[in-house]
Every structure is written in structure tokens, then in C-alpha cells.
Design a protein. Structure first.
Length: 256
């Protein structure tokens, strides 16, 4: 009879240890900080400075990725020949695209990083042009001084900077005046993910035809996983890139 209380105590202790592990030690899962479609023609903060500093600028590295659709933009002299940030950690790094380029098929791009060694300087990582008039899944991976950039599952740049990036508490934001297009599903993870892990995240947000899916409002609290997978079978979801439904009704008759 004395064994039963001991077993109960051991069970309670095991539960407490498990809860502590979940709260303190369990690594955080990727976070979708932009679940809804957002225009790029204005700057929109999607993560507060203190959270961005922890999740993006920490010593363990970081991964920031999302879907971007470039179009139009301001072609005036003020914006047309300037690099403007698609996504940025203000005062730290900037993924930039040329503002209102006259090329209808692609936009020049680069990753600009503020670094420091006694004084602040800027280091540039040249990137391939970003295709226009289509959704592109872009990821920026950082570990120490190394940055990797991925377009749609393909590593397009991998470079180790001369100096370490500046760490200044700043918000994560998308868009800038002068750009045209939209962004959605900006994902943040406070570690450098592998290209395979990035591609798994990418495929989570598209259907079999590679149309981007809207996020379902299914959000279970820890310790259960967050079901951010888009549009599980049987739910009435629709892809953002699906054509609008036809408002006309079809007349049916048994005599037709």
C-alpha cells in the first residue's frame, strides 16, 4: 500500500519536469507574423523591436522568409532608380529591390547589412533579380556573419561578411513607399534553418498547384502544436491566387 503514494508522487514530479521543459527549454516553432495579404507600397511593422531582437538578432542565428509578389511601383526619378526594402530589420539588414524599374519581368535585388568593427559600415550581398508578376518565396538565413538567401527553394547567395552585423533593437517590417505588389506569410524562426526545413515551410503554405493558401484560424495553445498548415482537407478554404467565383447561377432542369 505504501508503493501507490510513491508512484503518485513520481508521476506528479514527472509532469512538473515536463511542463518546465515545455516552457523553458523547448525550442520555439516558426511564427507566421503576417498571416494576411499586405500591400508593399507602404511600410508595415510586423514584429516589435524587443521581440525582433530576440528572435532575429540573437547569437543562435535566425531565419526570416515569406511570399512576395512584385508589380508596378513608382517609376519617377525619386523612387524608380533606388533600392527599396521589401523586408527589413530596421538598422540591421535590408532585403531590397529596385523601386520602379521599367523591366516588366524582373527587379534588381540585393541584401544590405549594417556591420561594425569600431564603426558602422554597410556590406552588400548582390542577389539575382526577383521575378515580377508571380509569387516568390524568399528566405534570409543568418548564422553569425554568414547570410544565405533562397528563392523558391534555390540558394541564390551564400556569403560570409567581413564583420559582424550590428545589433540594434529594431522592428521587422515589410514594404516601402515606391514599391508595388503584396506580401503574405512572413515566417520567423530564432535559428538558422536548413534549406530542407525552409522548403517544408514553403510547401506548408501552398496547395498542389502551388497557389498560396490563406491561414485557417486554428490555433491550439501549448503544449499542443499550432496548426498553421493551410486549408486541411474538408475545410472551406480557398487559395489567394484562385480566380474569383462566378456570380452567375446555372439553371438546371430535368427537361434540358
Amino acid at each position: 500500500m505504501e508503493i501507490l503514494p510513491l508512484l503518485l508522487q513520481a508521476g506528479v514530479l514527472a509532469c512538473i519536469i515536463y511542463v518546465i521543459y515545455l516552457i523553458v527549454y523547448r525550442p520555439s516553432s516558426p511564427q507566421d507574423v503576417l498571416p494576411s495579404l499586405t500591400p508593399l507600397n507602404t511600410k508595415t511593422d510586423v514584429m516589435l523591436p524587443d521581440i525582433a531582437q530576440k528572435k532575429i538578432l540573437g547569437s543562435s542565428g535566425s531565419s526570416v522568409m515569406g511570399f512576395f509578389y512584385l508589380k508596378g511601383g513608382d517609376r519617377t526619378a525619386h523612387y524608380g532608380q533606388r533600392y527599396l526594402p521589401l523586408i527589413q530589420v530596421e538598422n540591421n539588414w535590408f532585403l531590397e529591390s529596385m523601386g520602379g524599374s521599367h523591366d516588366k519581368h524582373k527587379r534588381a535585388a540585393r541584401l544590405r547589412v549594417k556591420t561594425t568593427q569600431g564603426r558602422v559600415k554597410e556590406e552588400i550581398i548582390d542577389l539575382p533579380p526577383i521575378p515580377m508578376q508571380k509569387w516568390v518565396f524568399i528566405a534570409v538565413l543568418r548564422e553569425g556573419r554568414r547570410f544565405d538567401v533562397i528563392y523558391d527553394g534555390r540558394i541564390v547567395a551564400s556569403q560570409r561578411l567581413e564583420n559582424y552585423p550590428v545589433i540594434i533593437s529594431s522592428p521587422l517590417s515589410v514594404g516601402q513607399k515606391g514599391l508595388g505588389g503584396s506580401a503574405i506569410h512572413v515566417i520567423v524562426q530564432e535559428k538558422r534553418m536548413t534549406p530542407t526545413e525552409v522548403e517544408k515551410i514553403h510547401l506548408t503554405y501552398v496547395d498542389s498547384n502551388h497557389n498560396i493558401l490563406e491561414t485557417n484560424s486554428i490555433d491550439m495553445l501549448l503544449p499542443f502544436p499550432k496548426l498553421s498548415a493551410q486549408c486541411p482537407p474538408g475545410l472551406p478554404c480557398s487559395a489567394l491566387t484562385s480566380p474569383p467565383q462566378n456570380g452567375m447561377k446555372q439553371w438546371k432542369s430535368p427537361y434540358a
